[in-house]
Design a binder for this molecule. Structure first.
Ligand code: NAD
Length: 304
């Protein structure tokens, strides 16, 4: 097997002070890339930079909140100023503000949309501008979530943002193909501070930490929940030349599981000459196109 090598490449990873982002930054650096580490937590970002440099890698931090165009510009400019170019943009930064719809405030909604959806848009746009100028291709690695693919209880804001991110990946894959820039959305699952706030996962993570043992095999395989390092392998692959033909995809990874998500498409179709009346739809729905409705939501983990 050829070793994936990122020597000479320059990557930005947003929200890489801890959790999955930290794993992505250190894995990209270990594979040879120079990395711009971004976070709102300065101490966390600096620790990641120190770790990378301590292991012989190259890294610099930019402490700023993603969302605004100014942050996106600062991230790409730092890549150019410090390392001379930009090859990979990983839009990982994220927050949760979970509430059921009838309790979700405007502030909860806007905060999540701003970091995830707008942050992905502004950072990807700034990167696309640079990469098109360089004219040597590039990689936009976006971060979605099972909640964006399936919907999830209490996650109006987050599910909307993460679904939107996959839609942007498909759109940008078309727009940037000619420039040799691939765009994919990763659908990760890993034990982090964020997943610890999800009631279904919290007991599993706590039990394994308490016992000092890895997550059980059924959790790694059936639930696809593992460590942040499990997910980092996919980011390094997508950043590499080995993935130059992979674009417009939503790719799941977690624990022992690697998966390709299907894209939405029409599943059942029926025709009525001259168009459908409400009565005609009511008459045929349950035996026609609505005979096998789609499922939705993320099933709670259950031991075999
Ligand atoms: N952990 C999972 O299982 C899982 C599943 C699906 C999707 N994700 C996504 O993966 C990404 C990382 O998740 P995680 O579990 O590592 O979360 P985390 O909370 O452990 O880490 C998120 C990091 O982003 C930083 N951050 C938050 N807001 C920021 C902002 N405005 N600007 C810059 N940095 C900011 C935080 O300080 C933190 O270091 C998120 O986009 C999340 O939605 C995670």
């Amino acid at each position: 097997m050829t070793r994936v090598d990122l020597t000479g490449k320059v990557a930005v990873v947003t929200g890489s002070g801890r959790g999955l982002g930290r794993a992505y930054a250190t894995a990209l650096a270990a594979a040879g890339a120079a990395v711009v580490v971004n976070d709102i937590d300065a101490a966390a970002a600096d620790r990641v930079v120190e770790t990378i440099i301590g292991s012989g890698g190259r890294a610099v931090s930019v402490v700023a909140s993603v969302g605004p165009t100014e942050t996106a510009d600062a991230l790409t400019q730092t890549a150019i100023d410090e390392f001379g170019r930009l090859d990979v943009m990983v839009t990982n930064a994220g927050i949760l503000r979970d509430r059921v719809l009838w309790k979700m405030s405007d502030a909860d909604f806007d905060a999540v949309i701003d970091v995830h959806l707008r942050g992905t848009f502004t950072c990807a746009r700034a990167a696309a501008v640079r990469m098109r100028e360089q004219n040597t291709g590039g990689r936009l690695i976006l971060v979605s979530s099972p909640a964006g693919q399936r919907g999830n209880f209490g996650q109006t804001n987050y599910a909307a943002a993460k679904a939107g991110i996959v839609a942007m990946a498909r759109t940008w894959a078309m727009e940037l193909a000619k420039a040799g820039i691939t765009v994919n959305a990763v659908v990760p699952v890993a034990a982090t501070e964020m997943t610890r706030t999800i009631p279904a996962f919290a007991p599993l993570i706590e039990a394994s930490e308490k016992a000092g043992t890895p997550l059980p095999d059924w959790v790694r395989r059936d639930e696809g929940l593992g460590t942040v390092d499990d997910v980092a392998s996919l980011i390094v692959f997508l950043a590499s030349d080995a993935a130059e033909s992979v674009t417009g995809q939503a790719i799941g990874i977690g624990g022992d599981r690697l998966a390709l998500w299907a894209h939405p498409q029409e599943k059942a179709v029926a025709f009525a000459d001259g168009g459908w009346t409400p009565d005609a739809i009511a008459h045929s729905w349950h035996t026609g196109v609505g005979a096998e409705p789609e499922s939705y939501g993320i099933p709670a983990p259950a031991a075999p």
